[in-house]
Design a protein around this ligand. Structure first.
Ligand code: PNS
Length: 159
């Protein structure tokens, strides 16, 4: 069975990568689907986010990458996905994720959400935290892959 892992990935972190690689042990294909929301301001463009994700999985042939706009369930119906993978870091995530899983199920009866618990070392990690640490000169090597760190450096240099 194939599954979809949606998110903003601005940028992808080691926490996302860990969940996706672990999910790929149980599913035939994981599609990492990056949200394109014209109302949201991203640090990385859609294409940059896609490339950073692709580079993160160059050694995992089960992982594919795409972007989507609008409702996740509409993309799922169009491309024949029924399984959604989500990572859970803390109990705080659960409230929001449960609401999202129930909303998706209400919109699309066949959608099932599978939760995978984050490893403890990533339980505090988020893309926003990465950007915050980076903009304050903190060390990031254990939170993001090297190619993402380089992309962040370029982004900051261009500003
Ligand atoms: O990485 P994020 O920002 O926490 O990911 C959130 C995401 C992309 C999974 C969520 O916002 C989403 O699925 N957006 C698409 C719009 C949608 O389908 N909304 C209805 C479900 S609440």
């Amino acid at each position: 069975m194939k599954a979809i892992y949606p998110g903003s990935f601005d940028p992808i972190t080691n926490g996302h990568i860990d969940i996706i690689n672990r999910a790929s042990e149980f599913f035939d294909e994981i599609l990492v689907a990056g949200l394109v929301n014209s109302k949201k301001q991203y640090l990385f463009s859609t294409e940059e986010r896609r490339q950073l994700i692709e580079q993160s999985f160059k050694d995992n042939k089960k992982v594919k990458v795409d972007t989507f706009e609008g409702l996740l369930v509409d993309y799922m119906k169009e491309h024949n996905y029924k399984a959604i993978i989500k990572g859970l870091r803390t109990v705080t995530d659960y409230g929001y994720e449960a609401q999202m899983a129930l909303t998706n199920k209400n919109l699309y009866k066949e959608a099932e959400t599978f939760f995978i618990h984050s490893e403890e070392k990533y339980s505090f990690l988020s893309s926003s935290m990465v950007k915050e640490i980076y903009s304050n000169g903190g060390r990031l090597s254990s939170y993001i892959p090297e190619h993402v760190e380089k992309a962040l450096l370029l982004k900051v240099c261009k500003r």
